[in-house]
Every structure is written in C-alpha cells, then in structure tokens.
Design a protein around this ligand. Structure first.
Ligand SMILES: Nc1nc2c(ncn2[C@@H]2O[C@H](COP(=O)(O)OP(=O)(O)OP(=O)(O)O)[C@@H](O)[C@H]2O)c(=O)[nH]1
Ligand SMILES: [Mg+2]
Length: 461
C-alpha cells in the first residue's frame, strides 16, 4: 500500500537523498583501493587483485592513487582489516593525499564508520560504487526510479554513518546525540516512506512491462545477457544493424533495447540488449531492475555473452549464472557466446573454454567471425520448441482456423471439398497445440519447410 505523499516531504527527502548521493559519489576524487581475499571470496585475478574494482572506480570517474591488498582467514569485526593494516592504510592515504578509500568487499555500516574515524576520510564499499555508477548513468525515468530505490534500500541501515559524516563536516563530534538523533529518526521515516512510494511506482512499471512482453509471447524473443563489458551491445549492433551505445566502460547499458533481427532461412527474431551483470551485484539492484530485466525473464532464448579474451572468463560465466538464478532464469534455453575471439592472442585459451562448454559458439562481434554459426545455433534452439504440422479439420471449424492464422506461421491452406475438410500446413509453438485439440482435429508432424519469404531471400542472394 502506498500512502499519499505531501509535497514538503518530497522536498525534504530529495534533499536528504542529494546529500547522500554527494557522500557516496566518487566522481573526480582521489581513491585508495583495498581488496581483501577471504577463503570464500578469493581474488578472481591473483596477479592483479584490484583489477575489477579499479575498473569500477575509474568508470565512476575517480582517479586511483594507491592500493592495498591482504589475504585473511576471516574478517575483523570492527574494521574488516586488522589494526596493523589500518595503520598502513592511513599512511598510504596521507602519502597519496586521497579523498576516499574504496573497499572491493562489502562493509557493514559499523565497519565503514569505524574505518572513517580511524582514517579521517570517507570509506565506501564495492556496492556503493556500483550504485554510484548506476546513478550517474540512469537516463530514463524507469532506470532513475530503479537506481533511487536500490540506493535508498542500501542506505537505510547506513543513515547513522551518513549523519556522523555530516556532523563531523560541520565541526561537531562523531557520535549522534540530542537533535541529531531526532533528525536521524525523521530521516529514517522519510526514507522508508519514499521506498514504499518508489516500490509502488515500480510495481506499476513492472506490470505494464510484463503485459507488453507477454503480448509478444508468440514472437521469437531472444535476450542478450552477460557480464558488463562483454560486448552485448556491440553484438546487438552487428546482428541487427542497430546503433546502440557501445563503450569500453562498465555498465554502459542500463535500459533494455529491442530490435528486429532477420535470420536467414528463419525470419524475424526480436533481440533485446540489457544491463550487464557483475560478480556480487548488489541484491537491491537486481531486485530493483526487475522491470528492465523482464525482457530477459520472458525471452524464449538467452544468449549469454562472455568476453572470451578475458582471463576471468570462467569467473564471469559463474557470476552471470548466479544472477540468472536470482532472476529464476537459470532453466531457460541458453546459448553461451564466446565473444571477442579476434582479441585472443593465444587461441589455446579458446580451446580450453570450448572444452568446458562444448555447445558454446565462438564469435567476434567486431569482425563478424562466427556470426553464421551463431544464427544456426539460434535457429536450432528456437526450433526445439516448435513443430512442423499438417492439421486437418472440418472446413467449418472457424475457431481452429482463426487460431492457426493468428498464432502459427501458415504456409498453405487447402480445402478438400469432397471431405468438407481443410488441411493447414504450418509451423507453430508446440505448447499451443493443446489449444486446438478436439475430436474433429487431426495433427500430423512433418518435416520442416522453409518459410517462403526466407526461401526467396536465399535464392536472390
Ligand atoms: N576486440 C573486440 N572488442 C569488442 C568486441 N565486442 C565488443 N568489443 C568492445 O568491448 C567494449 C564493450 O562493448 P559493449 O558492447 O559496450 O559491452 P556491453 O556488454 O554492452 O557492456 P555493458 O553495457 O557495460 O554491460 C567496447 O569497447 C567494444 O568496442 C569484439 O568482438 N572484439
Ligand atoms: Mg551494453
């Protein structure tokens, strides 16, 4: 339920939110990175443990001025890293004149607060940086709502830390006493109120999107999913001759784009490009982006794009698998697309990936290599849910004839006057067959026939 909002509350919350955005934003700041390996969260790249967080921080607009790494058996409750390392970090921060420390790990609000007290500058974690990038890139009303919701849900348990920041900046003490405590309570209520309001708005967007997506349920819908920067948007442009944004940065795409893809000998497919995933994607973001991800959730087929030239390709495949599971998409027909093969200096890496994923298709969105094999694999996968059929029914069975004309690809319709029946030769989704079942309907499965239009196109080529 969403209570009616009043204008002044709106004003207050947006101010509080702006302050919080400012606190969490790292654009044009000098950052020191910290990456901690734990037994259940080892480094993806031992040779350069800060590789990914550096990419994220630079994508957010900050400059990296130093880094600190440590392997630990467990987390130090108060400050995540031990007191010796905190001292080392303080020296690094002072020496480099840093404005912010960014952890590649997720911190509890109390840990961030304690670290800020010890270091004297702001301390952010990986999720906050990802949220900051999303906030900076959100362009449509929908993605702005989604990002704001994710940020507020993330910030709610951290409001106290935010207020201690403000009180320190204003020359006050660190602890929250008296009026600060009251303000904290009222902010908490405002944030909760705004969260309810945003959820309500987003539920409406999600419901509308689901209706739109379902109205295309008879179409061949295919979604590109994959790790951020894997080349999804580039592949979309190559396949559909579209012109969507392609950039060598993390999270270029935040909104879904759908374009027509004409596959030779098959026909039209609707291809969607969507937001990229990353390991440990903040849970709130996945939940908030449900509307944007609805194309992927309802697609008949997923193309899981991976940057095969990355030494972390297997980690990326696993991380994407985890997000797909969270979206209940892990049982969907999926083709693994090993992209950027033009970039591979050592083709042995591709051989290893292909050995692990024998059904994967290797392509280059850049040079077009392998695209014909990808088209074949897509046709094969889409055809698995379809049947070629010859359907015989009474000539007067208008319901079945209308249904077939609306939902199937009808090649021929032949009336047999002597038997007063009609034979329809068509291609249709198997799950629709039960809609036409009845005592006067006979279905016979036959060999696939090329669609007339595709056949003509092939002959003229
Ligand atoms: N060499 C090479 N580079 C590629 C290929 N495909 C994409 N790229 C480059 O990889 C970078 C990322 O490409 P995008 O298509 O924006 O990646 P994305 O998966 O859509 O990324 P997000 O939207 O951020 O999730 C760009 O610099 C592309 O030019 C490829 O096949 N080969
Ligand atoms: Mg993209």
């Amino acid at each position: 339920m969403c209570a009616a909002r009043t204008a002044p509350e709106d004003l207050t919350i947006s101010k509080a939110f702006d302050t919080q955005r400012e606190q969490f934003s790292v654009a044009s700041e000098k950052a020191v990175l910290v990456s901690v390996a734990l037994p259940d969260r080892p480094w993806a790249n031992e040779a350069d443990p800060c590789d990914e967080i550096r990419g994220l921080v630079e994508s957010a607009g900050a400059t990296v001025v130093g880094q600190l790494t440590q392997k630990r058996q467990d987390v130090q409750l108060a400050t995540y890293i031990g007191s010796g390392k905190v001292g080392e970090l303080r020296e690094l921060v002072e020496g480099a004149g840093a404005d912010v420390v960014i952890f590649d790990n997720d911190l509890h609000p109390g840990q961030a607060r304690n670290l800020e007290q010890a270091l004297g500058i702001k301390v952010l974690d990986r999720s906050e940086v990802i949220l900051d990038i999303f906030a900076g890139r959100a362009r449509t009303a929908e993605s702005k709502l989604q990002v704001e919701l994710a940020q507020l849900e993330y910030s709610l348990p951290r409001l106290k830390q935010m207020w201690s920041h403000l009180s320190r900046q204003k020359g006050g003490g660190i602890g929250l006493r008296g009026p600060g405590e009251t303000q904290l309570e009222s902010d908490r209520r405002l944030v909760q109120h705004r969260i309810r309001d945003l959820k309500h708005k987003l539920n409406e967007v999600t419901a509308r999107k689901e209706r739109e997506v379902k109205s295309r349920s008879e179409e061949h819908t295919v979604s590109l999913v994959g790790y951020t920067n894997a080349g999804k948007s580039h592949l979309m442009n190559t396949l559909t001759k579209a012109d969507v944004l392609v950039k060598n940065q993390l999270f270029s795409t935040l909104d879904t784009r759908t374009r027509q893809w004409h596959i030779r000998d098959w026909g039209r497919v609707l291809l969607s490009d969507t937001v990229g995933f990353i390991r440990d994607l903040p849970h709130h973001l996945v939940a908030s982006f449900k509307a944007t991800l609805s194309e992927a959730r309802h697609a008949k087929l997923l193309l899981h794009v991976v940057d095969a030239s990355s030494p972390q390709a297997e980690d990326h495949i696993r991380a994407v698998g985890a997000v797909l599971k969270e979206l209940n998409c892990d049982q969907k027909p999926t083709i693994l697309v090993l992209n950027k093969i033009d970039k591979l200096t050592d083709r042995a890496l591709l051989t290893v990936l292909e050995a692990h994923h024998p059904r994967a298709v290797a392509v280059s969105g850049l040079t077009g290599e392998g695209i014909d094999r990808l088209e074949e694999a897509v046709m094969e996968a889409l055809a698995a849910g379809f049947a070629e059929a010859e359907i015989v029914t009474d000539a007067g069975n208008g319901r079945v004839l209308a249904f077939l004309n609306a939902h199937a690809e009808v090649y021929r319709q032949e009336f047999r006057d002597e038997a007063n029946e009609v034979v329809v030769r068509c291609h249709l989704p198997k799950h629709l067959l039960h809609h036409i079942a009845g005592p006067t309907v006979k279905v016979r499965f036959v060999e696939r026939e090329k669609p007339a239009a595709a056949q003509a196109e092939r002959e003229s080529a």
